[in-house]
Write a protein that binds this ligand. Structure first.
Ligand code: PLP
Length: 479
């Protein structure tokens, strides 16, 4: 008998139809991307394997990318300016494995609190390779920083007086820097930090230090903002700082060894409200380097003519070094249809883990080829809180419960601002340069939180009069 089995090989697969209402501002069916890119691995390690071993959600750091990013930044600046120091901004990501990847590539530490100072020291960074910024440094940690030779950047007059008191007591000459604020014409001045140049306050402070027996002004610092998309802002920053340097050197006799321009370079992330593609909006580190170094070299001619060394250039780059070196894998836990017709999905990672979801439209990458027509989709996190919105609107084909999605770049400011809120914080792993995976921060469990708590004696028992009756259990009701 001939084979009666129908040949289905050439038949098209059935795909569930969807009706998509047209909304203003949204792409129509012709504009929606049909070819969402997808990936099965990170740095050569299969995502399936990562999730099986370390669970979901899961943060994944690429050591290769961390190192490459710093090497590229250093090369961009060192090939244009004679002496450059990169200091890793701890507040951007202070996971030990991340910090040490940068330190091994030659980065100093830039810290803004006692905790960050202690963390850098505990990782093995010597005091003389620490830049100590920030408005709140307790006297005890200032004293330690003086003794250990850290570079202290003074934020306000009260800090100056405290420093002077400690230096006098220790009978020690201390090299200090001052943080400056001023208008670059491109960025909102962060005038709450440091001393203002335009109103003369910074000049007065330079004079005040010059009159001190124990303090000596040797550095100038400023940080003009974060995610600064305009390299010309940095041209104006270094011009202003250089003019100030020249003026106070001439007037007070100080010799300034370095200009620290802080951080602020944008990372390859999509800021909410900016609709052009990231590649068109975010300058490369080479573009920032060119703007800064060309200006500094030009300004330095006159100084060189006077036989003086050019000041060392210090960078405190944060997000541009770390953001694209980390991804967040999460899993779809539910599909929903909202009353207005939009599709929603719920994933197992929320804004308590991904703080930057408030500012960025992170890239969302599926981990298999998704079939079906993309639809405007809202991605919610797992928290029982209305604010838990991971992506407000993204064209996504249908996904199944259990599918994994990758949010990226997520390396900047998430591990330092994440919250233990409702859910435990998950594992963080690093894939090293040989594609080996290391657990670099363990997932939390109940004891992580309760170990820090103390129950007063009279509150040890929730029901000292005996456990309440289960009023809904018919067996417990009287006959
Ligand atoms: C003093 C200082 N330096 C460096 C940074 C790092 O900035 P970014 O991550 O924008 O490069 C910050 C961030 O706010 C900062 O306050």
């Amino acid at each position: 008998m001939p084979d009666q089995t129908p040949d289905n090989s050439s038949k098209k697969r059935w795909i569930k139809p969807v009706i998509t209402p047209l909304r203003s501002g949204m792409l129509n069916k012709s504009g929606g991307s049909q070819n969402l890119s997808w990936t099965e691995s990170i740095d050569g390690v299969p995502i399936k394997q990562l999730v099986e071993e370390f669970g979901s959600p899961l943060f994944v750091v690429s050591e290769k990318k961390l190192r490459r990013n710093l090497q590229r930044l250093k090369h961009a600046f060192e090939s244009r300016y004679p002496e450059v120091i990169c200091a890793w901004s701890y507040k951007t990501n202070y996971l030990g494995a991340v910090c040490n990847s940068f330190h091994q590539e030659g980065a100093w530490a830039e810290v803004v609190s006692e905790f960050e100072y202690q963390k850098a020291r505990s990782l093995g960074v010597p005091g003389h390779s620490i830049l100590f910024n920030g408005p709140f440094k307790r006297p005890a940690i200032l004293e330690t920083a003086i003794i250990e030779g850290a570079r202290i950047h003074i934020d306000h007059l009260d800090e100056l007086y405290t420093l002077e008191e400690i230096a006098t007591r220790l009978r020690r000459r201390v090299n200090v820097s001052i943080r400056l604020n001023f208008d670059t014409g491109f960025t909102e001045p962060w005038s709450r930090f440091g001393f203002n140049i335009e109103n003369g306050q910074a000049r007065d402070v330079a004079w005040r230090i010059a009159s001190s027996d124990y303090l000596q002004l040797t550095g100038l610092h400023s940080h003009i903002g974060t995610f600064v998309l305009e390299p010309r802002a940095y041209q104006n920053q270094v011009t202003t700082m250089y003019q100030f340097l020249t003026e106070i050197e001439a007037q007070t006799g100080a010799v300034i060894e370095y200009i620290d321009i802080g951080g602020g370079f944008a990372s390859a992330n999509a800021l909410q409200g900016i609709y052009l593609p990231v590649e068109q909006v975010v300058p490369s580190v080479e573009q920032y380097a060119e703007a800064i170094c060309d200006t500094l070299l030009e300004l330095g001619h006159e100084r060189e003519a006077r036989g003086l060394k050019r000041p060392i250039l210090i960078l405190e780059t944060g997000r541009a070094l770390v953001d694209d070196a980390e991804s967040l894998i999460c899993s779809v836990i539910a599909n929903k249809r909202l009353p207005d017709g939009r599709r929603a999905i719920i994933v197992d990672a929320g804004v308590n883990l991904l703080f930057t979801a408030f500012w960025y439209n992170h890239k969302v990458t599926p981990t298999r080829q998704l079939e079906g027509r993309p639809e405007d989709t809202v991605i919610y996190g797992p928290l029982c809180m209305n604010i838990d919105l991971m992506r407000n609107s993204i064209m996504l084909p249908p996904v199944n419960v259990g599918d994994t999605l990758i949010f990226s770049p997520v390396g900047a400011y998430n591990h330092t601002q994440w919250l233990q809120f409702i859910e435990y914080r998950p594992n963080v792993v690093m894939i090293d340069t040989h594609e080996k995976t290391w657990l670099i921060r363990q997932a939390e469990e109940l004891s992580t939180i309760t170990d820090l708590e103390r129950l007063p004696e009279h509150l040890q028992d929730p029901y000292p009069q005996g456990e309440p009756e289960d009023i809904f259990n018919p067996l417990s009701q009287p006959d």
